[in-house]
Design a binder for this molecule. Structure first.
Ligand SMILES: Cc1cc2nc3c(=O)[nH]c(=O)nc-3n(C[C@H](O)[C@H](O)[C@H](O)COP(=O)(O)O)c2cc1C
Length: 175
């Protein structure tokens, strides 16, 4: 399916709604081997005069090491038919699985980053990390800690400048 360039706010609602079920974040290692993980937390906005996709990744994820190595990632919005792949990519690690192969996902070369887009998805954000910081336990509302951090696995927050956004021509697949 062909992809067309769109603005980063054109499908904001679809993207933010998609976080509820999970979006697919891709990254690569130094050799160019791709990995994909599901994310449910994130935010799109404007910071330092740049369009920004902020994502939160726990240090235990294989993805964490990859983003640390390359300083980039893509976020892909899946159509509903990919629900099973989204659940899979959010439950097994790229350390033990080739999730692209096992779920029949097709990596498409990114335009401006080495991390691939996922052809079967309908929206794609290419991002370059311009800042990162860690969730500070002492600065969190106390009720959040027992629910989300029983193992002290505090997220790293990546601020990814959105440098390119593409959509499938048939964006209706989201409906
Ligand atoms: C719906 C859903 C949302 C998720 N959101 C996040 C997230 O925002 N950040 C995170 O670190 N892990 C999140 N996870 C867990 C990772 O996707 C999961 O641990 C995955 O196996 C990590 O893959 P990796 O080890 O290949 O990086 C989520 C899982 C699901 C099912």
């Amino acid at each position: 399916m062909s992809k067309v360039e769109v603005g980063y706010t054109d499908y904001l609602k679809e993207t933010l709604d998609g976080l509820e079920d999970g979006l697919l974040l891709t990254s690569v290692d130094k050799k160019g081997e791709p990995n994909v993980m599901t994310i449910g937390w994130g935010s799109i906005g404007r910071i330092w005069g740049k369009p920004m996709f902020v994502v939160l990744v726990r240090p235990s994820r294989f993805t964490y090491g990859l983003i640390e190595e390359t300083g980039e990632f893509t976020v892909n919005v899946p159509p509903k038919e990919l629900a099973e792949a989204v659940a899979f990519c959010g439950s097994v690690s790229g350390r033990d699985h080739d999730k692209f192969k096992e779920k029949g996902l097709t990596p498409l070369p990114g335009r401006l980053v080495k991390s691939p887009l996922i052809e079967e998805c309908v929206l794609h954000y290419e991002c370059k990390v311009v800042h990162k910081n860690d969730v500070i336990p002492g600065e969190l509302a106390p009720d959040i800690i027992p629910e989300f951090y029983p193992k002290d696995d505090y997220h790293r927050v990546y601020f990814g400048e959105i440098i390119s956004v593409y959509a499938s021509r048939d964006i209706k697949a989201l409906a």
